[in-house]
Design a protein. Structure first.
Length: 159
């Protein structure tokens, strides 16, 4: 009886993970870095591993390049990040939380020339994606790192 229960549990767990195949996901769009009022072009790449029919985990890489700022002489130059993201599928909507590391480079315009500095630290965030089809969606994110808030919207493609 114990062997039957163990085999049944293993079958359920294995089939739950196979409910949706693992796959790559790419996101592209824009992010506003609120403290410097900078708009940045954002790109993300991840690989989603299904753990259960409604739950997945994914390593995620991120790059952002600041285009313009409106906070006087301070603007965000670039942001690089690496995250572990966990997501829950709720029909056409995915909700996620992520934690990892971000390196942020700022630029200060001074009369004597530009000064650049960068710093890296723990980062966390939450967000969600609405999937219009099996492949295309719209993702919204909030991320906080080093006391800096980032709010982004990206188009998502998975395959």
């Amino acid at each position: 009886m114990k062997l039957t229960a163990t085999l049944l549990a293993a079958t359920v767990l294995c089939s739950a993970g196979a409910a949706e195949a693992a796959g790559f996901r790419f996101d592209g769009g824009g992010t506003v870095v609120t403290e410097t009022d900078t708009f940045a072009i954002t790109g993300r790449a991840s690989f989603e591993f299904p753990i259960a029919p409604t739950f997945y985990v994914a390593p995620e890489g991120e790059v952002q390049f600041g285009l313009f700022g409106d906070e006087g002489n301070l603007e965000t130059d670039r942001i690089f990040g690496g995250f572990a993201r966990a997501g829950w599928k709720l029909g056409a909507v995915d909700l996620h939380a992520r934690a990892g590391y971000q390196s942020i480079q700022f630029e200060i315009d001074t009369p004597g020339g530009d000064i650049e500095f960068d710093d890296g630290d723990f980062a966390w965030g939450v967000g969600g994606t609405y999937w219009f089809s099996d492949d295309w969606g719209l993702r919204g994110d909030y991320t906080r790192s080093q006391g800096i808030d980032q709010v982004g919207v990206t188009a998502s493609y998975r395959f």
